[in-house]
Design a protein around this ligand. Structure first.
Ligand SMILES: [Zn+2]
Length: 482
């Protein structure tokens, strides 16, 4: 049997008071709490701040160890609901004193709501301190690298490192291939074609072209520590002359202007539309790409989906003759934009181990303040808080954490509408991965098959295991065949 106090807030002369008292008494008995003190506040007074002395009294009582729990019928009895700062303050003060608030109407109060998250934040702050130490240790290693002017950071293809841990030397593994890549890009060959002959993705060709050390012989390394970025020069053997480097780079730059962005021409390295590179070629299993933009005569093309082969090769199989893109785009857009299924995220749905961490963090804070204060009254209060906190930690009953998928508040349609090309492509890919989207031939026409074979409707189609469509980053949505 633990001891507690209760707050009743009522309007003068109403029946409300008796009913609140009864509710609290019943719940206190269920939880094995004996109410040793009642606070009866009148409704009008809360808005005038007269409940503050009562709350201070509660905090002092808990600090002294008179009781540990404050019970209310709902948290609005403590303060105005909209004032989250005030609620967090009250909750934190009561927790720091070693107590807890039980809100009968809201069993999750102080656990998953804003104020509860504040307590979690305190624990996170302690964790941040811990990771700072790790960063400091890493920085010591980086300092040695800087002192040696050694290599640090990512390298493009055909570049590698050799040497000891803090004295790594970067070098080009195939100067002939690098020179070939530069010359061909400078001469206007497409990134896909250049990549094809060196077994590279077009984006890797780009990163090689942009790597300035290829002509300067100096790699600019950088490291950011506590907001300060340090740069140092790491010497390498240059591979191409500056004129060639500039020619190749100016070709890339010409391709990032708005007028030419992903409209065709060369050397383009990223697809134009979310559909590009997503659907499989029905003939060879390669990827289909959107073929749009202008004809050489300057007329707009009818957008078509055409086979672009495998990612590195990008060679059409020639067997799939292409199909109109518009109906396919419309169909897929329609499916996603009208799907009101909830997007779910993997998150904690039960468990209190993180609260114990919060208590431990709170204890460390009290101990820190204990060694810092000169004030006798504060010292007494802190000693009492520390005792209460320790008792609380010792008596803590851990409910194991369980995680599950819970709604994020966003629907598939909202995510689709708000998403950029990368998000849309990710969503289509995810559904396709569960067998939900495929290009099929129906009555002499290419169309999108949305898992109709399983008689399922909606975006998820036949779905993966349990109909879960995994969107990555811990997000997913669930589709059941209807
Ligand atoms: Zn093909």
């Amino acid at each position: 049997m633990s001891l507690g106090a209760a707050f009743v807030r009522v309007s003068t002369g109403s029946q409300d008071e008796t009913s609140q008292v009864k509710t609290i008494e019943a719940h206190a008995e269920d939880r094995g709490i004996r109410i040793v003190k009642w606070f009866k506040l009148h409704g009008y007074s809360a808005s005038h701040g007269t409940q503050e002395p009562a709350l201070r009294e509660v905090i002092a009582d808990i600090g002294r160890g008179d009781y540990t729990t404050l019970m209310v019928t709902e948290s609005s009895r403590l303060d105005r609901r909209e004032d989250l700062d005030a609620q967090a303050e009250i909750l934190l003060a009561i927790r720091s004193a070693g107590g807890d608030i039980i809100s009968i109407g809201e069993p999750q109060f102080g656990r998953t709501d804003f104020a509860g998250r504040i307590v979690t934040l305190v624990a996170q702050h302690a964790n941040a301190e811990k990771s700072k130490t790790v960063k400091r240790d890493t920085y010591r290693g980086i300092s040695m690298i800087i002192a040696a002017n050694a290599h640090h950071g990512p390298l493009p293809p055909f570049w590698a490192v050799t040497g000891e841990r803090y004295a790594k030397q970067a070098y080009c593994t195939d100067p002939g291939a690098v020179r070939d890549v530069f010359e061909r890009v400078a001469n206007g060959e497409s990134l896909a074609a250049v990549g094809r002959s060196h077994d590279l993705y077009p984006a890797s060709v780009k990163s090689l072209i942009r790597f300035a050390a290829n002509h300067t012989g100096v790699e600019e390394c950088r490291y950011t520590y506590e907001g300060v970025t340090q740069t140092w020069a790491h010497e390498v053997t240059p591979v191409v002359d500056s004129p060639l480097w500039w020619r190749a780079n100016s070709v890339l730059v010409a391709n990032v202007t708005d007028a030419r962005a992903n409209k065709g021409g060369r050397p383009v390295a990223s697809p134009a539309n979310w559909i590009s590179g997503v659907l499989d070629c029905p003939e060879c299993g390669g990827k289909l790409y959107l073929n749009a933009g202008m004809t050489p005569q300057g007329n707009p093309r009818t957008p078509k989906l055409r086979c672009g082969g495998e990612a590195k090769k990008r060679l059409s199989c020639g067997r799939f003759k292409g199909c109109d893109a518009e109906p396919v785009l419309d169909l897929i857009t329609g499916m996603f934009a009208s799907d009101t299924t909830d997007i779910l995220a993997f998150q904690r749905v039960a468990g209190n181990a993180h609260e114990l961490e919060a208590l431990n963090a709170e204890l460390r804070k009290i101990q820190g303040r204990l060694s810092a204060t000169e004030d006798d009254d504060e010292l007494d209060a802190l000693v009492a808080q520390r005792r209460a906190m320790k008792a609380r930690i010792e008596g803590y009953v851990i409910v194991p954490d369980t995680f599950d998928y819970a709604p994020t508040g966003q629907t598939v349609a909202q995510m689709w509408r708000a998403g950029n090309d990368a998000v849309k492509r990710g969503m289509v890919r995810a559904v396709k991965k569960c067998g939900g989207i495929a290009l099929t031939h129906h009555e002499d026409q290419w169309t999108i098959d949305v898992g109709m074979a399983e008689a399922a409707e909606g975006v998820g189609g036949v779905g993966g295991a349990d109909g879960i469509v995994d969107l990555g980053n811990g997000l997913c949505f669930r589709r059941q065949a209807q």
